[in-house]
Design a protein around this ligand. Structure first.
Ligand SMILES: [Zn+2]
Length: 444
């Protein structure tokens, strides 16, 4: 079946801010930044204390460059003030809470006022428009619904666009494929690795996604390569777009790839991007790779000032053939810390360690092996047991294995394979232990 091409040149009024003349955009950003500085100084104690410590007052922000006077915010700030310490709105104005995993098992909490939800929906609308979608599209939303921001973020955006949204959430792949076919789905939202799994499963079921009306994929929540994009596009016949976001800033919809595939447009009227040296925090000019720092220019409930994302990228200023004037950033392939993402969930080795050591009978010798099985990320945690435990009955070993798996699942919220290994089989290190063996790109 011949597919209709994605309409990329058509202008949609909901995306007007993507095309603002640059001077106008900068003026809008400055006004919002000044308002933000006042709001956090008045309402967020942690930020005010830091501004006071460095002798900075909100009125010192006179230009966009003056954003550098403001203090950074890091993820541990959210954890240290858990759950509501960084809120700038009273709870009666907060209409929704989301949460994501933190580095030590304590989650972080993010909040939204009605206006925050509207802004979030509007950037998702602009994202979908950049992917060539409109009110005629039927969008299958296979991001997880719940505390994770992916599901509801895409859902509200799809509805605000006027498209038909199918809130199927993740999992049950056979049903996903049946719905995709029977409901005439034209666009899918999920992690790229999950879509690869769908392609594979469809093949096993004897159906070819190329025969479906599906034409666009909006993929995010984990880094993915251009190699993966080629695989997806060739196997399914769709156009695959990279979407970027993080819960601390809003959720999905911080940036989106237009049809030109020259990086992701950042919705900088509401999410102001900077690039800094990840080690020194010194600002870097456009075009130079460093750590992405984001400031929310319109967020009410939990505004973020200069949030350190740990994502490594560069800002691109040249004109994009799509005509959008908002700047772009390179696709994100790595992070400045040791976090890894498995099936859309952020995982730190320290979380695994804490979960393992909470279970009796396990030694603190473990290794996390990441691999990619037919396009789907898998994680196996290999755990050494004591000689006494190892010579125990099979039933006892299985029981221990089950408890370890449960303990990790409680922290991460996803199932992880645990394998018990003989004493002294995991390599010892006198320096920094290599906890993570990442074989996911071994064959890429
Ligand atoms: Zn573009």
């Amino acid at each position: 079946m011949k597919k209709s091409p994605t309409k990329t040149g058509s202008f949609h009024p909901a995306a007007a801010l993507d095309y603002l003349p640059t001077e106008q955009l900068r003026a809008l950003q400055l006004g919002r930044l000044q308002h933000l500085a006042r709001r956090v100084y008045e309402r967020v104690r942690l930020t005010r204390d830091r501004m006071d410590a460095s002798g900075v007052k909100p009125e010192d922000v006179r230009s966009l460059e003056d954003i550098r006077l403001l203090p950074f915010t890091v993820k541990t700030d959210l954890r240290d003030t858990y759950p509501f310490g960084m809120f700038a709105s009273p709870m009666e104005e907060v209409v929704r809470l989301h949460s994501s995993s933190g580095t030590t098992g304590k989650p972080i909490v993010v909040a939204y006022t009605k206006q925050d939800i509207d802004v979030w929906s509007s950037v998702m609308v602009r994202s979908f428009i950049a992917c060539g979608l409109n009110e005629h599209d039927v969008i299958q939303n296979a991001y997880g619904y719940g505390l994770f921001t992916g599901g509801l973020g895409a859902h509200y955006g799809a509805e605000a666009l006027g498209a038909t949204v199918i809130p199927i959430s993740g999992g049950n792949t056979d049903r996903q494929i049946m719905v995709m076919k029977d409901f005439g789905v034209t666009a899918i939202c999920c992690t790229p690795s999950y879509f690869v799994h769908m392609i594979e499963r469809a093949g096993e079921l004897g159906v070819n996604l190329q025969d479906f009306p599906l034409r666009v994929g909006v993929f995010g929540a984990e880094p993915w390569s251009d190699g993966m994009r080629r695989h997806i596009e060739e196997e399914s016949g769709i156009k695959a777009h990279d979407i970027y976001g993080l819960s601390e800033i809003t959720g999905p919809g911080v940036g989106i790839e237009c049809a030109c595939e020259q990086g992701l447009h950042v919705f900088e009227d509401v999410f102001y991007p900077e690039i800094v040296d990840p080690d020194t925090g010194e600002p870097l000019p456009d075009g130079i790779e460093g750590e992405l720092v984001l400031t929310t220019l319109a967020k009410q409930a939990i505004p973020m000032v200069r949030y350190r994302t740990h994502d490594i990228t560069a800002i691109r200023t040249g004109p994009c053939a799509c005509g959008r004037t908002i700047r772009r950033m390179d696709r994100i392939g790595r992070r400045s810390d040791d976090m890894f993402i498995i099936r859309g969930v952020n995982v730190f080795p320290s979380q695994i360690e804490a979960a393992l050591l909470a279970v009796e009978g396990a030694l603190p010798h473990y290794q996390i092996v990441l691999s990619r099985d037919k396009g789907l990320d898998t994680m196996e945690v290999q755990v050494e047991v004591t000689p006494a435990v190892f010579s125990d009955t099979v039933g006892a070993l299985e029981s221990l294995q089950g408890r370890l798996g449960k303990s990790i699942e409680n922290v991460l919220g996803i199932h992880v394979d645990v394998r018990l290994v003989e004493p002294h089989t995991i390599e010892r290190s006198i320096g920094k232990a290599k906890r993570v063996i990442d074989r996911r790109n071994a064959n890429a």
